[in-house]
Design a protein around this ligand. Structure first.
Ligand SMILES: [Zn+2]
Length: 112
């Protein structure tokens, strides 16, 4: 699956490593918690963290160096993360709050 935000190769996002699931690309998986949060104010309160976690794992889309370039010429570097948007999607709506909190804590550790 190809969308204009993430590049999937061999079933995984080449930037964060998330596996495409149920036919959805990494960026499309990100859309699920963005919908869930509109049904749950407590989840919506974590919107900043959800978006920040996703952005940190996709610098080609969200850094000054990457963003001005067309998608097909952006530089994408693979990095291993212990949690990705894949885990948020797989955990489902009921576990989204706990998983987003865990995701931000994991990223904080892995950026040190
Ligand atoms: Zn990704």
């Amino acid at each position: 699956m190809i969308d204009n935000r993430t590049v999937m190769e061999s079933g995984s996002c080449i930037e964060c490593g998330a596996k495409g699931i149920d036919g959805f690309s990494c960026y499309e998986l990100f859309g699920f918690p963005l919908v869930w949060e509109h049904r749950d104010p407590a989840l919506y309160a974590l919107h900043f963290w959800l978006v920040s976690c996703y952005m940190l794992q996709h610098p080609s889309n969200y850094t000054e160096e990457g963003y001005p370039l067309p998608n097909n010429v952006r530089s994408r570097k693979s990095k291993f993360w212990s949690m990705t948007i894949e885990d948020i999607y797989l955990g489902g709506e009921t576990n989204a709050i706990a998983n987003i909190i865990k995701w931000k804590e994991q990223i904080r550790c892995e950026l040190k």
